[in-house]
Design a protein. Structure first.
Length: 212
């Protein structure tokens, strides 16, 4: 079996931003986790995709509330990243936030945020994949650079990281053909459509931070 640690080391070379994903339970208690397994999925309709570890304390509450907010951290918010990467405890004590339109926290000082209502949930190995319909989004102009998750990549490399996917699929009129798509933005989805095959790539967590 392929070594999962090796996959983490390899994907650590692909630079991603860092987010705190917030949600709530049925009684309104707030939860959040640090994550970089986030990608835009569709513009029409606007959809976002997140991956949540099944062992995360917050995991069942995404299913309760059916909503989440992706808070995109700035380079000055590493402390928030560390705080929400830990499991257990009240992570929101001393953290400035406002409740968004869906009753979920929008953290102060972030580069931007996207509020979503969950419309689909899928199994993904040791994670759950939630697809969210975007209901609102906002960003701060001139708010600085994003916090980046990859320790292996230099700031210059982070700006130009590119993931190339290759897929082989049967075509109606001949043998399989190979197709590739590259994307320059770490929060953009990479999609390959060849015949009946659709592949969607999301960032794999390269860092040791937990998803709680």
């Amino acid at each position: 079996m392929f070594d999962a640690k090796e996959l983490r080391r390899v994907m650590g070379l692909f630079a991603t931003g860092v987010t705190v994903i917030t949600t709530r339970d049925g009684s309104g208690r707030l939860y959040g986790l640090t994550a970089n397994a986030v990608t835009s999925l569709s513009l029409a309709p606007p959809l976002l995709l997140i991956c949540v570890d099944k062992k995360a304390e917050s995991h069942p509450h995404f299913l309760d509330s059916k909503c989440f907010i992706v808070n995109i951290l700035s380079e000055h918010q590493e402390e928030l990243s560390t705080r929400f990467a830990k499991s257990g405890g009240d992570k929101f004590t001393g953290v400035a936030y406002q409740l968004g339109r869906l009753g979920t926290p929008v953290l102060d000082g972030t580069l931007g945020h996207v509020e979503c209502r969950i419309v689909e949930t899928h199994e993904g190995g040791d994670h759950v994949i939630h697809i969210g319909a975007v209901e609102h989004a906002g960003f701060r102009r001139h708010a600085g650079a994003p916090l980046r998750a990859s320790p292996e990549a230099s700031p210059r490399a982070n700006r130009t990281s590119c993931l190339i996917l290759a897929a082989v699929a049967p075509t109606p009129a001949g043998p399989p053909r190979r197709s590739g798509v590259g994307v320059l933005a770490p929060l953009e989805s990479v999609r390959v459509r060849t015949g009946q095959l659709i592949c969607c790539a999301t960032e794999v967590q390269p860092c040791a931070a937990g998803s709680r």
